[in-house]
Design a binder for this molecule. Structure first.
Ligand code: GLY
Length: 363
């Protein structure tokens, strides 16, 4: 499959997401449409800069666009106030104005930082996302959520700031460790379970090509997820109507799992996998899916090497952390659950014992 261009339809803030192979070499030409004369700043962690920084700089330079790379710490280290301040100071040192473009070259954490920098440097500059992980390509680079953490709470400092362009180059996934590929697949399974039974069938059939990062299958999977998420973002950009909240299937339990494990041991995708296994059991208890649906989803999760059970966590801790989640509105728990596989709905405040029992089933 050749490359695809998917538009996130937000009126005058609409933007294209390009999904394809070897897209980086065309970056300069794509950014030239947005270029206003100031130097471009690319944010990346050292290991990603080593792999792809040069290709990015050369492609930009080939279109006459000067750029500089600002190195940032990896993972959640990118999302601290200290890193944010460092990046802002570097932009000042570069003497760039409102015409600069911030490029996020990396995974979800670098994307979140770059988004927040772009939202706030001189009250807002343009942002280009080049996601280099599967998770960032199918989820975090789409839709303009940008955030930093405080020691007390994740993603608590944030903004909505849509990019002007997203370049999802599946050739960049070649260097991704298998564990990271699986984490991206967890989000693909999420879209399938709440939005698209045909995607679920595709993931069942194409497991070997997806885990093998076969480029045709990856373009199909990434563009499929991009289309699903873009449609939701276009209709509920600011997460207000409940539609975007559907994307939280697996996340109410999953975030509690991450917090109970103090963000160690399990990656985000793995926590979401356990979360989906727990939440589909809740959907079953509420009569929304059959036992067969539960078994089918669990088999899919396991077939990608993702966990559905957790050891060494106390269920009381999980319940406590579930109440802290951003999605708990005024003390009420909210879940995005499949209502039949491939179709999702929001359930507010299910009976506490039913939710607790479903969660205990994951332990
Ligand atoms: N990851 C969920 C969202 O972007 O709304």
């Amino acid at each position: 499959m050749s490359s695809q261009s998917i538009t996130v339809d937000l009126g005058e803030r609409s933007y294209p997401i390009l999904v394809g192979k070897k897209l980086i070499k065309d970056l300069g030409r794509q950014v030239a449409h947005l270029y206003l004369g100031d130097k471009v700043a690319t944010l990346a962690v050292a290991i990603v800069d080593d792999l792809y920084g040069r290709a990015v700089r050369e492609s930009l330079a080939g279109s006459g666009i000067p750029s500089e790379t600002i190195l940032v710490p990896d993972r959640e280290g990118a999302k601290t106030i200290r890193t944010y301040q460092h990046v802002m100071e570097q932009l000042l040192r570069m003497k760039v104005g409102r015409g600069t473009i911030v490029i996020a070259l990396g995974g979800g954490c670098v994307g979140d930082l770059a988004g927040f920098v772009a939202a706030t440097y001189m009250r807002g500059v343009r942002l280009v996302q080049i996601p280099t992980t599967l998770l960032a390509q199918v989820d975090s680079s789409i839709g303009g959520k940008a955030a930093l953490n405080l020691p007390e709470a994740k993603n608590i400092v944030g903004a909505f700031h849509q990019p002007s362009l997203v370049l999802s180059d599946v050739s960049l996934l070649k260097t991704l460790p298998t564990r990271e590929v699986r984490c991206g697949v967890a989000e693909l399974i999420k879209y399938a379970a709440i939005m698209d039974l045909r995607l679920l069938e595709f993931l069942e059939k194409e497991r070997v090509s997806i885990l093998g990062l076969e480029e045709g299958a990856m373009v199909r999977a990434v563009s499929w997820a991009t289309e699903l998420k873009s449609g939701i973002v276009a209709r509920d950009e600011r997460d207000q109507s409940g539609l975007r909240a559907l994307l939280n299937f697996g996340h109410t339990f999953g975030h509690a799992v991450e917090a109970a494990m103090k963000y160690h041991g399990l990656s985000h995708g793995e926590a979401i996998a356990v979360g989906m296994a727990g939440e589909i059991r809740l959907a079953e208890a509420l009569g929304m899916v059959s036992k067969k649906d539960v078994e089918r989803l669990e088999a899919l999760i396991v077939s990608y090497g993702l966990p559905i059970r957790l050891k060494g966590v106390n269920h009381r801790d999980l319940i406590r952390f579930m109440g802290h989640d951003k999605k708990a509105e005024a003390g009420r728990l909210r879940f995005a659950l499949p209502n039949g596989l491939g179709n999702g709905t929001i359930v507010s405040d299910p009976p506490k014992k039913t939710a607790t029992d479903a969660m205990r089933g994951c332990l």
